[in-house]
Design a protein around this ligand. Structure first.
Ligand code: UD1
Ligand code: MG
Length: 457
């Protein structure tokens, strides 16, 4: 099929002035993914895409890397001029060329495929939409029989033409040789003094060539020029993703305030509350409750687990476990089934066995905790001596009392107890009690005497 040999040209040299940003426009993210990545994702199979870069070219080239080839447009003299910069690649290419702008994050693969289909056997096909407010866009001109016969830019249009609401999306498929011939014929005799790629359509129509057209939803054709449109794109992606999960059997209490990136997976009958951000390759099991204020990145959560007001990064949590509120699971945290990781507990590079509990105010890093342990309030894994990080291992069925320091490297044997307030260095044998705290010195009647002396209230 022709799609196989379609070359993609992405125009990304413009300044994006209205973004008012230090960063090139096409590198701005929509739902966690740069706009240029979204455009690359919908390009058809074929030779490596060619990106036309100019403003901020180094950053764009570094970001895209080996996924594309690059040509530079030093001075931005219009979209026609931009495509001229890729002449060498067009000359080498037999067949169809998809030309599109790098700031169209809502394009879909289906739309592009339909456009490529439309272009079969023709010299060109374009994507259009019917805009509620067409101001600023190029208008699609159609002849008496409804065939596309040209595009007129807003600034060059007559009042009658400005009343047309069908607008040019700036996505085209051309036959390479025909495009090259049109580029040679372009002039900059127009209101903006630019080489307009849009003029190629009129030139081909004048030669009697039929122009294919696909009319898409207005939203699909959104071109992002400012931050308000960036937020609009974000909202649209969020809606697409959230609708998909609701259809798949996930309850979203308030989909407008639930932020799920596209690579996330969620099991049936899980409930996601407002203000939750699920990112990267996160996988949530079935029957989970992800309550308000969670940010979960590249993590896995087992069936029936609940998480609230917590941050999880590259963490793995088992089934029927309770996390939070206000827990922080940093990379390498692996928590088993039926555990509790409670409020103000931070884990890092730490394994916690099934049914173990760290209910409050604990830091545990660089170590392991076995099954059925209770790590009481205020326990600290002292893993860092200022130079190196060392490991602490707690066995199965251990009880570590409140306010204990476990100074790494340390080892607590199975079934051992560590008394509250102890500081542990080295090894505690299994089934033993470790108690390391200063004895309290009691001075009887001390407070009474002071009160009588008027030195205490
Ligand atoms: C263009 C179309 C217009 C269409 C609109 C849709 C032309 C002449 N007009 O107008 O019909 O309705 O898009 O959004 O094509 N670029 C370059 N080099 C340049 C100029 C632009 O690489 O010299 C790139 C920009 O980075 C951008 C894209 O081309 O990604 C479109 O350019 P822009 O200036 O936004 O064109 P519009 O005026 O919006
Ligand atoms: Mg534009």
């Amino acid at each position: 099929m022709q799609t196989e040999s379609c070359l993609s040209l992405i125009m990304a040299a413009g300044e994006g002035t209205r973004m008012n940003s230090k960063r090139p426009k096409v590198l701005h993210a929509v739902a966690g993914k740069a706009m240029i990545d979204r455009v690359l994702d919908v390009c058809p199979q074929g030779p490596k895409p060619v990106v036309i870069v100019g403003h901020g070219r180094q950053a764009v080239e570094e970001h895209v890397g080996s996924r594309a080839r690059f040509v530079v447009q030093e001075e931005q003299k219009g979209t026609g001029h931009a495509v001229m910069m890729a002449r060498e690649y067009l000359t080498q290419h037999e067949g169809l060329v998809l030309v599109l702008a790098g700031d169209m994050p809502l394009l879909t693969r289906e739309t592009i495929d339909a456009l490529v289909q439309q272009a079969q056997g023709k010299k060109a096909a374009l994507l259009s939409s019917v805009a509620a407010d067409p101001t600023g866009y190029g208008r699609i001109l159609r002849d008496a029989t409804g065939n596309v016969c040209g595009i007129v830019e807003h600034k060059d249009a007559t009042q009658a033409q400005r009343n047309i609401r069908e607008v040019n999306a700036s996505v085209y498929v051309f036959e390479a040789k025909a495009l090259l011939a049109c580029l040679d014929a372009l002039t900059c005799d127009n209101a903006q003094g630019e080489y307009y790629l849009t003029d190629c359509i009129g030139l081909l129509a004048q030669k009697g060539e039929a122009i294919g057209a696909v009319v898409a939803e207005e939203e699909t054709c959104l071109g992002v020029n400012n931050r308000a449109q960036l937020a609009q794109a974000e909202e649209a992606v969020r809606r697409r993703v959230n609708e998909r999960w609701m259809q798949a059997g996930v309850t979203l209490i308030d989909p407008a305030h639930t932020y799920i990136e596209e690579d996330v997976q969620i099991g049936r009958d899980s409930v996601i509350y407002p203000g939750v951000i699920l990112q990267g390759h996160t996988i949530i099991g079935e029957d989970c409750a992800i309550l308000q204020g969670c940010r979960i990145i590249d993590s896995q959560i087992g069936d029936g687990t609940d998480v609230q007001n917590s941050v999880l990064i590259q963490a793995r949590v088992g089934r029927e476990t309770h996390i939070g509120p206000y827990a922080y699971l940093r990379p390498g945290s692996v928590v088993g089934n039926a555990c509790k990781i409670g409020d103000f507990v931070e884990l890092k590079n730490m394994q916690v066995g099934d049914r173990s509990k760290l209910p409050h105010l604990t830091y545990a890093g660089d170590g392991t905790i076995g099954t059925d342990c209770n790590i009481a309030c205020g326990t600290i894994f002292v893993n860092y001596d200022g130079k190196v990080k060392q490991q602490t291992h707690v066995g199965n069925h251990c009880f570590v009392g409140c306010n204990v320091n476990l100074i790494a490297p340390a080892e607590i044997g199975d079934g051992a107890y560590v008394a509250a307030g102890s500081t542990v260095v080295g090894e505690v044998p299994g089934d033993s009690l470790c108690i390391g705290r200063a004895h309290a010195d009691i001075k009887e009647k001390w407070a009474k005497r002071r009160r009588e002396q008027g030195r205490l209230k």
